[in-house]
Design a protein around this ligand. Structure first.
Ligand code: AMP
Ligand code: MG
Length: 408
């Protein structure tokens, strides 16, 4: 058996890197930066007002109230034409450029004006107050987003403000298929005896959609050597990565192993983790192949532990693994001491705000019910064996718990 970390390192070491290119900002969400994105000009590009109010000289408003004459109005998008001199003010809107001579803005709430040409300043304002100086957000040459980061909505906003199109990695195209004679389409109304609906493919599709990765869906392939041969060949010719589920354990009718052996160089691994011990990895026609075990929970765990990090690595991402946090386990649990066990858990908050994890249902690797409800894996390292209620446990967050209801 291979230890999980070693197996993952072996996978990552052979994943090819994808080409990189500058893309339009609007096409970059979820892609990984291949270069630091650098600011070309200071932001904001000019000193501007942070408030609706009056731009004045701080020295004029040291003692208040004081009456000043208003020299002009400047809205956002227009520019001042007059200098603020002693005894004068410019009526200014949020985002409008500061007039020369003024060094502070008194917000409109702290003023009174009945005559458009005059204003009474009621509160003092020190130099720099309510002014956003040029470059206070970003200076020319600052790095907005570093290389190796998966772009979020917030990164895109920063890049937009700086007018920068990022250089990002291409996305891997991923071919998926479910294998097995017993597997039928999920839309099947009444199941023939001995058949089950395909849940792995929609699981994989959705996990890949979360990564923003394009999918080539080859459907369900029966346990038939010819059909498998054709499907794997088509997958390898149309994608950068192939994922199939089923047929990699010990069964007699599993032709997957035989076909993968013929088409490429694929190893059949036993990884010291639960679920997800059997796992095929290698390449067919030079394209990386992941042969995931058929049980849906095993498929999910194997995807999380191997496929997701591998795809992110291909894209040049630096953070390949999910966030882990500390919590406590809320109940006694016995686990297999020989393996790293991934328990599906639900998270609640303890009185001090820390996470308490309880199993989200039965932990069998074919059980969808506990998978659907889970927020995280409680990771029980090999060599641990059992946990008692109140023990510390590492939580691997594959999602954050669904928000809060309005009255919480
Ligand atoms: P296998 O890895 O082919 O030996 O399959 C292991 C178990 O997973 C069997 O009970 C299969 O029926 C089940 N299984 C395989 N593929 C799927 C699938 N696509 N959706 C749901 N269950 C599956
Ligand atoms: Mg099978």
């Amino acid at each position: 058996m291979k230890a999980l970390d070693e197996a993952r390192a072996e996978v990552l070491s052979v994943m090819p890197k994808l080409p990189v290119a500058k893309v339009r900002l609007t096409e970059s969400l979820g892609r990984v930066t291949a270069e630091d994105a650098v600011v070309r000009e200071a932001l904001p590009p000019f000193d501007n007002s942070a408030m609706d109010g009056y731009a004045v000289m701080a020295s004029d408003v040291e003692a208040t109230p004081v009456e000043l004459s208003v020299n002009e109005d400047v809205a956002a998008g227009s520019v001042p034409t007059k200098r603020v001199e002693q005894g004068t003010a410019t009526r200014i809107m949020t985002g409008a450029p500061m007039p020369l001579g003024a060094d502070t803005v008194v917000k409109v709430e702290d003023t009174e004006s009945t005559d458009p040409e005059r204003v009474t300043i009621r509160k003092t304002s020190v130099s720099g107050q309510n002014v956003r100086p040029v470059g206070c957000d970003m200076a020319r040459g600052d790095i907005i987003v570093e290389k190796g980061v998966r772009l979020t909505s917030r990164h895109l906003a920063s890049l937009a403000s700086a007018g920068v199109d990022p250089v990002v990695s291409a996305m891997p195209r991923v071919a998926i298929m479910s294998t097995g004679d017993e597997i039928v389409d999920p839309s099947t109304e009444s199941l023939a005896w001995g058949t089950i609906r395909d849940s792995n493919r929609v699981l994989l599709r959705s996990l890949l959609a979360d990564l923003g990765v394009p999918v080539v869906d080859l459907g369900i392939i029966g346990d038939d050597p010819e059909a498998l041969r054709t499907a794997y060949a088509e997958a390898a010719s149309s994608a950068d990565v192939v994922i199939s589920t089923g047929g990699v354990s010990m069964g007699d009718y599993d032709y997957v192993k035989q076909i993968l052996g013929e088409l490429g160089s694929v190893d059949f691994w036993k990884v010291a983790m639960q679920p997800g011990k059997p796992f095929a990895f290698g390449s067919i026609h030079g394209v990386p192949l992941f042969g995931l075990p058929g049980n849906p929970v095993s498929t999910f765990v194997s995807f999380e532990q191997f496929v997701r990090p591998a795809l992110l690595h291909m894209m040049g991402a630096l953070k390949l693994l999910r966030t882990r946090v500390n919590g406590t386990i809320g109940e006694d649990v016995d686990t297999n001491e020989a393996k790293t066990v991934f328990l599906r858990v639900l998270l609640a908050h303890d009185t001090d705000g820390s996470f308490v994890a309880v199993q989200s249902g039965g932990q069998g690797s074919a059980m969808h019910s506990s998978l659907a409800k889970a927020d995280a894996f409680a990771v029980v390292p090999a060599g641990t064996g059992s946990l008692s209620a109140g023990d510390d446990v590492t939580l691997e967050m594959f999602r954050w718990p669904e928000g809060r209801s309005i009255d919480e």
